[in-house]
Design a protein around this ligand. Structure first.
Ligand SMILES: *[C@@H]1O[C@H](CO)[C@@H](O)[C@H](O)[C@H]1NC(C)=O
Ligand SMILES: *[C@@H]1O[C@H](CO)[C@@H](O)[C@H](O)[C@H]1NC(C)=O
Ligand SMILES: *[C@@H]1O[C@H](CO)[C@@H](O)[C@H](O)[C@H]1NC(C)=O
Ligand SMILES: *[C@@H]1O[C@H](CO)[C@@H](O)[C@H](O)[C@H]1NC(C)=O
Ligand SMILES: *[C@@H]1O[C@H](CO)[C@@H](O)[C@H](O)[C@H]1NC(C)=O
Length: 619
């Protein structure tokens, strides 16, 4: 019953408790009246459900409600919620209370299913089969090991569930042992087996109540999708991309699934990726055509893929990945706004976090790509704004005269990457250099040659789009949420017990520097240069897009609701955007075969920034 335990409450949330509201904005600028009447009997339960928006909400429910208010509340192995509270340190409980007090009144102010129903009422319906490729971290990972150490966790999620929180709090070493891959092979350590959860369950909710893909699923269902014409291709995001195939045959399965869908539905598929899923798709498109991969040939994509909807893609990486891997620092950051990360912050030291991230080579696929050409040199960066005191190009900054362990010069992104690879262990370097490449190819001949080198397949500046003239790509990404762009680092306190040579200088707040971090533009996680460059400029360069695949860009300005922890219908946050109303509407239109009604919409300065990038079109 393990699998039903954690899911039941989530189901209840969405199927039995329509959130009450009067009016809900549907699309920017447009209002539709939707009124729901909620039976009184549900009221008490609903009070608790308001709290379910985040981890804190859930924990709070335990404080503020009697446990029988929370029908089907998850049991954690033999532990009930109550005993989880007993083991949580008092400080954490207090922190959660504080956080929750700010979020208690939140009311989810837009309707489930409404976008789907609206689009359906316009006469649209399910057309192409749709396959969803989730992002990093958001897929649950289940233990399948049968050795003594793993048995208590058999088929429990050690990532993305209450079991994870329990294991992290109560058996940290055991949890770490499971969650880290073998350093040398990058595969399972001896006697340990973790696998990506499968099916829609893998990514609909992260922890009870914290939706990831569920809103999209609700809307797709309203349009006529179900498990026969839609599919979540969940993967173990800890693995390097080559190892996704080596261990799980992930790309082979994806290829077979797509071929089967085309066969039974007699229509090409729509791929929808989020975040790192965009890089996985990009890699797949190379793999599938190549003789070194799926051997599908150059026309495979043309024959099988109708469109690729690329939400919050990070094809050029995210600079914060450097901080995570270099010094284990994530601050308020990381992909899931608060809670997995919150657990990590509280229970694992920076050293441990850096070690864990390094032992998940998949995470390193998001290290920034393009070096100085995209991210700038010490004096200037393409995305610098006028009047800026510090150029973003000076990416890692150190104070002069700090002669303990920090370097004696500031680093560009390029230099920071070199430093990272020089100072980390051999096993890490071997994994990264063996799997990925972060440079720029300046000629057409280089780009064509790189098609035969799997290490280049994640890099859109070294390889090209598939030779599929009727493929359509849609880039949907958030803008207007401050995003980490450069850092000030310092040596750790003298005498502190750490293997790390540096830590973010959180004591430094001055001018543009806020607690050691300089913010730039983006979606809160991924920088604008990464989300925007290829879509707006890169694929106008002939060598990167030789057959002229059509790329449509819609930027989504971040306009969060103030008291809604998930931001509401107009959020453009990296993850919460999956619940945004116009994003959902666009996905449905494309799936219904009407993607051609969507036009470009650009509000940021990305075009100007892109022109300053040192990547040239020589042809
Ligand atoms: C596993 O547990 C059993 C019973 O507790 C014990 O006899 C056995 O030695 C253990 N095996 C290992 C590899 O620890
Ligand atoms: C640099 O290190 C040396 C030896 O550890 C020490 O004597 C000196 O004061 C340090 N200088 C600065 C500026 O911290
Ligand atoms: C790095 O840049 C900062 C900010 O411009 C400057 O204050 C500092 O002296 C530089 N550090 C080094 C080691 O050059
Ligand atoms: C720390 O710095 C020293 C000297 O620069 C270097 O040799 C060492 O590899 C660094 N260690 C780590 C863990 O970065
Ligand atoms: C996907 O979208 C992101 C931005 O949202 C962009 O960085 C990336 O280049 C896009 N990739 C493709 C193939 O469209």
């Amino acid at each position: 019953m393990a699998s039903t335990l954690r899911r039941r409450p989530a189901r209840n949330d969405s199927s039995e408790s329509p959130t009450p509201r009067a009016e809900s904005p549907v699309k920017d600028g447009e209002k539709v009246r939707v009124v729901h009447h909620r039976p009184k009997a549900r009221k008490r339960r609903t009070t608790a459900i308001f709290l379910l928006g985040s981890l804190f909400g859930i924990i709070a429910a335990g404080f503020f409600a009697k446990s029988n208010d929370l029908i089907g509340f998850p049991e954690i192995g033999e532990l009930s919620m109550d005993s989880l509270f007993d083991v949580l340190p008092a400080g954490l409980v207090k922190d959660m209370r504080d956080l929750v007090n700010g979020e208690r009144d939140f009311l989810d102010s837009y309707d489930a299913f409404s976008v789907g129903l609206k689009v359906r009422s316009e006469g649209l319906s399910a057309h192409n089969p749709i396959i969803m490729i989730p992002g990093v971290i958001s897929t649950g990972l289940e233990s399948w090991g049968t050795s003594n150490i793993s048995r208590p966790y058999f088929r429990k999620r050690l990532w993305g569930s209450w079991s994870m929180m329990r294991a992290l709090v109560m058996e940290k070493e055991v949890w770490k042992k499971h969650i880290m891959l073998d350093k040398r092979t990058g595969l399972d350590p001896p006697d340990i087996k973790l696998r990506a959860a499968q099916g829609f369950d893998a990514t609909d909710f992260f922890i009870t109540g914290y939706w990831i893909w569920n809103k999209i699923l609700e809307n797709l269902a309203s349009l006529g999708y179900d498990s026969t014409n839609s599919f979540t291709a969940a993967y173990d995001w800890r693995l390097s991309y080559p190892n996704l195939e080596t261990r799980d045959h992930y790309f082979t399965r994806l290829k077979c699934y797509i071929e089967m869908s085309v066969h039974v539905e007699n229509k090409k598929v729509v791929l929808t990726s989020h975040s790192m899923g965009g890089q996985v798709v990009f890699y797949f498109l190379h793999w599938v055509a190549s003789d070194h991969g799926g051997k599908g040939g150059d026309d495979w994509v043309e024959k099988h893929i109708d469109s690729w909807i690329n939400v919050s893609g990070c094809l050029l990486g995210a600079v914060k990945d450097v901080a995570a891997i270099l010094s284990g620092e994530m601050r308020d950051t990381a992909q899931l706004n608060a809670f997995a990360v919150y657990g990590l912050e509280k229970f694992l030291s920076k050293d441990e976090r850096a070690e864990i991230f390094r032992a998940m080579p998949g995470i390193s696929s998001m290290l920034p790509i393009g070096g100085s050409a995209i991210w700038g040199d010490l004096d200037s960066a393409p995305d610098d704004r006028p009047g800026q005191e510090h150029s973003f190009g000076s990416f890692l900054n150190f104070r002069i005269g700090q002669n303990w362990t920090t370097p004696d010069k500031n680093f560009t992104v390029d230099e920071a990457m070199k430093y990272l690879l020089e100072t980390t262990d051999d096993w890490y370097r071997d994994q990264i250099l063996g799997s990925y490449s972060h440079g720029v190819a300046h000629t057409r001949a280089d780009v064509e040659a790189n098609e035969a080198d799997p290490r280049k397949w994640i890099n859109p500046l070294e390889t090209r789009l598939p030779l599929a003239p009727s493929l359509k790509i849609y880039c949907f990404y958030g803008v207007g949420k401050p995003t980490e762009r450069a850092y000030f680092y310092r040596s750790p306190e003298p005498g502190s017990i750490t293997n790390l040579n540096m830590t973010i200088d959180t004591g430094l707040t001055q001018g543009e520097v806020d607690h050691g971090v300089i913010m730039g533009e983006g979606d809160g996680t991924v920088n604008l240069m990464s989300t925007g460059y290829m879509c707006n400029r890169g694929w106008n360069i002939k060598r990167y897009n030789p057959v002229g695949v059509k790329v449509t860009v819609v930027e989504m300005p971040h306009e969060p609701e103030r008291f809604n922890p998930r931001g509401g219908p107009k959020t453009a946050d990296h993850v919460d955007i999956l619940g945004r109303q116009n994003l959902n509407e666009f996905i449905l239109r494309i799936a219904a075969g009407k993607g051609d009604t969507i036009g470009n919409y650009i509000v940021s300065n990305i075009v100007e920034y892109s022109e300053k990038a040192k990547v040239y079109d020589d042809e």
